[in-house]
Ligand binder design. Structure first.
Ligand SMILES: [Zn+2]
Ligand SMILES: [Zn+2]
Length: 157
């Protein structure tokens, strides 16, 4: 009978030791993916290795919310959205967002820019000269009724 109890205790002890080791290793690797600061990683690992499941629960509550790579991608997406909003222009006709070098509106096909006679870079029909090379003799397109209104609104704004 005593033999049986001893085996049971030894087995559960081994099980707990394995669980402890797994938790400590998991926290160590998780902390590494979330922080580059060595004291933070060390502290998290020591916390879990000394207080076991309690320390693990505390770590889960306090750990940085995003891992480093998630944070990186989040920041990238925000910067890309910001860049898009700041560099974009709107189509005169349908208000679709245009990139600076678009010649035609991808939505309605309106020609929003035409190539400069000299340097062939895209120029707005409302500009008096090419801002890239200074060429001013380009033939302006027949002004679209909306173009005049749009440029007037731009001047007011
Ligand atoms: Zn359009
Ligand atoms: Zn030009």
């Amino acid at each position: 009978m005593y033999e049986l109890v001893r085996v049971g205790v030894a087995l559960s002890g081994a099980f707990l030791a394995m669980l402890w080791l797994a938790l400590v290793l998991w926290v160590y690797r998780d902390a590494q993916s979330r922080s580059t600061s060595f004291p933070v990683i060390l502290l998290s690992t020591v916390l879990v290795s000394s207080t076991f499941v309690v320390g693990w629960a505390v770590y889960i509550l306090l750990r940085p919310r995003f891992s480093l790579s998630e944070e990186y991608h989040q920041g990238f997406r925000e910067r890309a959205a910001l860049l898009d909003a700041s560099s974009g222009e709107l189509c005169f006709r349908c208000q679709a967002r245009l990139q600076l070098d678009y010649r035609l509106c991808p939505n309605c096909g309106l020609e929003v820019k035409h190539p400069c006679d000299m340097c062939k870079r895209p120029i707005r029909p409302t500009w008096n000269l090419c801002p890239y090379c200074g060429h001013s003799a380009h033939q302006p397109l027949a002004p679209h009724p909306n173009h005049a209104r749009a440029s007037e609104e731009q001047r007011k704004a």
